[in-house]
Ligand binder design. Structure first.
Ligand code: GLY
Length: 344
């Protein structure tokens, strides 16, 4: 188990890479901890949860809602949890977001940590301290920013990860490369999904590199007033598409990144946007979408990056250099409309 530490203004995050699930007992007192997980993870890894207090939720983004948070709180009361209890989210992004949210509000805040079990949760969802729930069609509308005390990485969980989930994780990895790291973008171009799945050392390198990239920007701008906004590359259109169509988060973000790359070409003269399309395809992500502009735009305007009638849209100056580009909502709507015409 490899330990690293990051000090952020709202708390210190300890990271344990190359760890095993059972090493959790070194970080928490089993009797005074409650695990939150979902039925899929629980049934696949039943023996790991023996003698732990466990709250098992139904799997799926549709359960990332206040009602589920209330149900977790009811069960915490049944477990007689108190201010000294540690809550541990074992799962993907839905579980880590819900766990972080409940831990932030239960008794005005208790200690929490995560064991991310999907690639997406390992490189993105479990890092950064943003947590919360969806409200109707609006993703993550309610929540808080509070850092987990620890992250424990057991790569063994990835052995049973479905193909779709690998692509979901790579959408965020490609995003990190596009906005921060041209070298990693070139590395991703050289590798393939098949090779990374087989070569555990390469996989661990990619995960740790992405954790470091995300934590570095979060550390600089924990409360998203500046550079942290770059992490929203592909997410403005992506989130709107995700709630309106039957798409995974990674698929929606991939389509959002293709649109943002097209827009970067138009506005900032980005070159080589075709390479982004190529790499997304390489990691089995979609790159072409025809959608209803009005339907998507109704959701898009509620994005948290909108301030009055201006949207802080994330564009690329070049591959490896994201920029925050303020745009008037009506200007953005025109671009989305032109883009959908081109894709008809
Ligand atoms: N929990 C994800 C983030 O803070 O970005």
């Amino acid at each position: 188990m490899k330990k690293q530490k990051q000090v952020l203004s709202s708390g210190t995050v300890e990271m344990y890479f190359d760890a095993a699930f059972n090493q959790l007992t070194k970080l928490v007192d089993k009797k005074n901890a409650v695990i939150v997980t979902d039925e899929n993870i629980f049934s696949k890894h039943r023996s790991k949860f023996k003698n732990w207090n466990v709250i098992t939720l139904k799997p799926g983004e549709q359960y990332k809602i206040q009602l589920t948070a209330d149900a977790i709180i009811d069960q915490l009361i049944e477990f007689q949890a108190d201010r000294s209890t540690t809550l541990i989210g074992v799962g993907g992004g839905v579980i880590t977001d819900l766990t972080g949210y409940v831990a932030s509000i239960f008794m005005r805040g208790i200690r929490f940590g995560f064991v991310p079990t999907t690639l997406l949760a390992m490189v993105d969802a479990s890092i950064g301290g943003k947590n919360g729930v969806d409200v109707g069609a609006y993703k993550n509308l309610v929540g808080s920013i509070r850092q987990p005390a620890f992250l424990l990485y057991d790569y063994g969980f990835l052995n049973t990860l479905p193909d779709m989930e690998w692509s979901n994780g790579f959408a965020e990895i490609i995003k990190h490369a596009c906005i921060f790291d041209a070298r990693m973008f070139d590395e991703l171009k050289k590798h393939s999904l098949g090779r990374i799945k087989k070569e555990k050392k390469l996989l661990a390198y990619i995960v740790e590199k992405n954790v470091a990239l995300k934590l570095a920007v979060v550390k600089k701008d924990e409360f998203e007033k500046g550079d942290r906004r770059l992490l929203n590359f592909g997410h403005t259109l992506g989130h709107a598409l995700e709630t309106q169509y039957d798409l995974t988060h990674g698929q929606a973000v991939a389509l959002g990144m293709v649109f943002a790359a097209w827009l970067s070409e138009k506005i900032l003269g980005l070159k080589k946007s075709s390479e982004i399309i190529q790499v997304l395809g390489q990691y089995k992500l979609p790159t072409f979408a025809s959608f209803d502009t009005d339907r998507v735009f109704t959701i898009l305007v509620m994005d948290k990056k909108r301030v009055s009638n201006t949207m802080h849209f994330i564009l690329l100056d070049r591959i490896g250099k994201g920029v925050v580009h303020p745009m008037k909502i009506n200007q953005l709507q025109k671009y989305v409309s032109t883009y959908t015409q081109l894709n008809k």
